[in-house]
Design a protein around this ligand. Structure first.
Ligand SMILES: Cc1cc2nc3c(=O)[nH]c(=O)nc-3n(C[C@H](O)[C@H](O)[C@H](O)COP(=O)(O)OP(=O)(O)OC[C@H]3O[C@@H](n4cnc5c(N)ncnc54)[C@H](O)[C@@H]3O)c2cc1C
Ligand SMILES: NC(=O)c1ccc[n+]([C@@H]2O[C@H](COP(=O)([O-])OP(=O)(O)OC[C@H]3O[C@@H](n4cnc5c(N)ncnc54)[C@H](OP(=O)(O)O)[C@@H]3O)[C@@H](O)[C@H]2O)c1
Length: 315
């Protein structure tokens, strides 16, 4: 299907929302908690699986949605911890094929206070990463109703841009696409600091070997610099791997999904515009009067209005 300009509303399926609220969470057991990076990574990122069987979450959580977790204990002010959101990393049918085991990808938040050398450990990420199989956690959700695969996935091509744990929803979405036998183009661009930080790497490498429509591009920022001295980031692949990305991005039925660090969004938009991919945006009248390649950087930073084919979740 080729979309024409007027019919660009991309329909996403109806999903269930907020079946469990922070005031009334559901208690579920952890069934698996394993390292998601290579062992030598300086980052601590874990793949955590929860058993939601017998709860209202069984079989209904979709890739692109998030679940909430309430860490046990209290914060520095003695108040119960607030809910933290985590993207679903499992496909619609769950890790178990039955929608009973759902997963996420959690990075331990670890920071050193430079003023007094003290260590700060993020409350919920460390609570979750510390849990063992059999431990119970309080869960809310699901949340999210727009950052989803479209209703008719076979009608579209996909370009996924992820940094770090932003890969979680794309693992889930790509598994759904693979399971449904979609033959359109699927490109995954993943950005991380070191090669030790690749997430779900074997799985994506296997897909790339077994599915000619799936391509996997990595941007490793802290090992080799680009010829101009800048870091390879997901957005620089728009220039450096244009031979792979541009033929897909130029198709009228390609959807772009972006997830991860907030800073990536402006960089991706700028390089898209430099590459002439203006049809993904809705520039206002002032911008329309300027040649896109000369749009000021501020426009990208402040949030250029995007069209229907861009799905973004960054923070
Ligand atoms: C839609 C959505 C999806 C998400 N998905 C994921 C995901 O899939 N995986 C993932 O890992 N994360 C995800 N997150 C982020 C996640 O929700 C949490 O924000 C993250 O895990 C940090 O929470 P925390 O409780 O560990 O850290 P917090 O305790 O909330 O601390 C966070 C930061 O606050 C600052 N801070 C707070 N208190 C102090 C203090 N006393 N001293 C110094 N600094 C302090 C620090 O900078 C610290 O790093 C998602 C967020 C959203 C909104
Ligand atoms: N559903 C969601 O919304 C969702 C889900 C999961 C995660 N997240 C968020 O995604 C972020 C991922 O954090 P992380 O700690 O896992 O990642 P990270 O390890 O800090 O960074 C991943 C990669 O992104 C690069 N990077 C830094 N600034 C960038 C920029 N402006 N543009 C492009 N790339 C940039 C980093 O490079 P350098 O460090 O070398 O500069 C690194 O190579 C977090 O903010 C997390 O909360 C969102």
């Amino acid at each position: 299907m080729i979309l024409d300009e007027k019919e660009q509303e991309i329909k996403v399926p109806e999903v269930q929302l907020n079946l469990y609220k922070p005031t009334d969470p559901v208690l579920v057991p952890i069934v698996e908690n394993r390292i998601a990076t290579r062992a030598a990574s300086p980052h601590y990122i874990r793949h955590i699986v929860f058993d939601v069987s017998g709860t209202k979450l069984e079989g209904i959580v979709r890739p692109g949605q998030s679940i909430g977790i309430l860490a046990d204990g209290v914060d520095n002010n003695g108040k119960p911890h607030k809910v933290r959101l985590y993207s679903i990393a499992s496909p619609s049918e769950g890790e178990d094929g039955q929608g009973r085991h759902i997963s996420t990808t959690v990075k331990r938040m670890v920071e050193e206070h430079w003023e007094d050398n003290s260590l700060f450990l993020g409350a919920c990420s460390n609570f979750l990463c510390d849990r063992k199989p059999g431990d119970m956690v309080r869960m809310t959700g699901p949340s999210g109703k727009r950052f989803l695969l479209p209703e008719n996935p076979a009608d579209y091509n996909y370009v996924f841009f992820a940094t770090g744990t932003g890969i979680a929803p794309f693992r889930a979405m790509i598994m759904d696409l693979m399971h449904s036998g979609v033959t359109s183009d699927i490109l995954l661009v993943f950005g991380c600091a070191y090669r030790t930080d690749y997430l779900y790497d074997t799985q994506f490498e296997d897909y790339a070997k077994t599915h000619t429509n799936f391509k996997y591009i990595k941007a490793v920022s802290r090992e080799n610099l680009r010829p101009d001295g800048s870091k390879p980031y997901v957005q620089t692949t728009l220039l450096d791997k244009a031979d792979v990305l541009m033929p897909v991005l130029k198709k009228k039925n390609t959807l772009i999904y972006i997830c991860g660090m907030k800073g990536m969004e402006a960089g991706i938009y700028q390089n898209m515009v430099l590459q002439g991919l203006v049809e993904y945006f809705k520039p206002d009248e002032t911008l329309q009067a300027i040649e896109p390649a000369k749009w000021p950087w501020e426009v990208f930073k402040k949030g250029l209005k995007t069209g229907e084919r861009l799905f973004v979740e960054v923070y």
